[in-house]
Design a binder for this molecule. Structure first.
Ligand SMILES: [Zn+2]
Length: 64
């Protein structure tokens, strides 16, 4: 497993890659207990099983 997707190498972020990265960040939920990242479809934390998950996007849009 030494192959690496070139688009994910640090310092080589194109605008498109940044947009993809942003979407990836939006489509996750954060566990309120252990702050573990879970998929958007998750109903409970995959790490600790806690059901208190929040969307990351809401947090990001709350600036200002
Ligand atoms: Zn958790």
């Amino acid at each position: 497993m030494s192959k690496q997707n070139p688009s994910f190498i640090k310092g080589n972020l194109t605008p498109e890659n940044k947009r993809i990265a942003a979407n990836r960040n939006i489509n996750i939920k954060i566990c309120l207990k252990c702050h573990c990242h879970n998929s958007i479809k998750a109903t409970k934390c995959r790490k600790c099983g806690y059901k208190g998950l929040r969307l990351k996007s809401k947090q990001l849009e709350r600036r200002g």
